[in-house]
Design a protein around this ligand. Structure first.
Ligand code: NAD
Length: 348
């Protein structure tokens, strides 16, 4: 375990099994140096136990970095449930998951991630006080996606200003991969600012809806990489930036809400040397976790959320400035700042 490639001095790795409901879950706590470990719960039909474990380790580390970059009093953690989100769900399964979360006594706070709905989380919250992102109850703030989208939109403007001299989007084209909760809202903000949009989504209905609303042109799924665009905005699943897709991109900027956009760590340097400005995902998409943090505080305030979002944009500017000054990938600078903030400046 301690030699696992995804192990990064995680503080705790907790395995849960409930034979009555079939729950098989892992809660990984990467760091509590800044506060309770917070990060969503993902339900996924992993091919193997090993794959599930790697995902939990990797995602919880990512949450430490994201929470640190957003300067939140939260550490990083993540829960994964092994199962098919379409066929294996039951209220009892999520109640059992809630009991698992509760047993950690606040070391870990859960929320929604891929595969979970607000209703699933509500079942878990029947058994634990350590669930956020709820739609009702004390300090509930609902879906964090609109706040995530505002951060992504502002990050795009910042990158456009740096590459093109001003942040005017009129006449600029943005290719948006994935128009779900975050991507659709990003499109709305961009369209209002005069950008032309090219969008792609596996969900054709979602793409049609967003196109009707924003005037976007719909591209075939794989064609989005070749779209004649100034900005490429990944808002679907991770891993879309590979050495292959990079060759096809025409955009000078990559800035989007998806987690883990770079398929491999060396893509940071590949993007830098290709002259593409990359806004590190765990910086630009921190709006949602800021909203969740406000909820966890028990005293939700939109003003506080807005202030933190402003500070996050300052951090993005610092990352982009330093990357230029030191001639290093933005990913390297962001990683260094995050590790300093969680007291792990020595790790690589
Ligand atoms: P979502 O499920 O609402 O949207 C994702 C969309 O991507 C869906 O419409 C889906 O059909 C589409 N999609 C999937 N594979 C695709 C592909 N290959 N090509 C094109 N489209 C594809 O999820 P979301 O909440 O909008 O999150 C989007 C991304 O942002 C995820 O990576 C998520 O982890 C990340 N993220 C979300 C938040 C948030 O607040 N929701 C916060 C931080 C990061």
């Amino acid at each position: 375990m301690f030699d696992h490639p995804c192990f990064d001095a995680h503080e705790g790795l907790h395995l849960f099994h409930d034979s009555k409901t079939g729950l098989k879950a892992v809660i990984a706590v990467h760091s509590t140096a800044r506060g309770p470990a917070a990060g969503g719960c993902r339900m996924w039909n992993y091919a193997s136990e090993a794959e599930m474990l790697s995902d939990a380790l990797r995602l919880s580390q990512g949450m430490s970095y994201k929470n640190a970059m957003a300067d939140l009093p939260l550490g990083g953690g993540k829960a994964v449930i092994w199962g098919n989100a379409r066929t294996d769900k039951s209220p009892e399964l999520f109640r059992a998951f809630g009991r698992a979360v509760e047993s950690l006594q606040g070391i870990y706070w859960t929320a929604e991630d891929v595969g979970l709905t607000p209703q699933d989380l509500a079942y878990a919250a029947e058994e634990t006080q350590y669930a956020a992102g709820l739609e009702s109850g004390h300090a509930a703030s609902g879906d964090p996606s609109p706040i995530t989208a505002i951060g992504v939109y502002r990050g795009i403007l910042e990158c456009v200003r740096r590459v093109y001299g001003d942040s005017d989007l009129n006449g600029k084209t943005v290719a948006v991969q994935g128009v779900g909760k975050v991507g659709a809202d990003v499109c709305r903000h961009l369209a209002k600012s005069g950008a032309n949009l090219i969008i792609a989504d596996v969900n054709e209905e979602a793409a049609r809806r967003v196109a009707a609303e924003t005037g976007a042109r719909i591209a075939a799924l794989d064609d989005i990489y070749d779209a004649p665009a100034d900005v490429f905005s990944p808002n679907a699943l991770g891993g879309s930036i590979t050495s292959q897709t990079l060759k096809r991109l025409q955009a000078k900027i990559i800035a989007g809400g998806a987690n883990n956009q770079l398929a491999t760590a060396d893509m940071g340097e590949a993007l830098r040397s290709a002259g593409i400005l990359y806004a590190p995902d765990y910086v630009i998409n921190g709006g949602g976790i800021i909203n969740v943090a406000a909820e966890i505080s028990g005293n939700y305030s939109r003003d506080w959320v807005n202030g933190k979002l402003d500070a996050l944009m300052d951090t993005l500017r610092r990352v982009l400035d330093q990357a230029v000054q030191e001639n290093l990938p933005t990913t390297e600078i962001a990683g260094r700042i995050a590790r300093q903030r969680i007291g792990r400046a020595e790790s690589t």
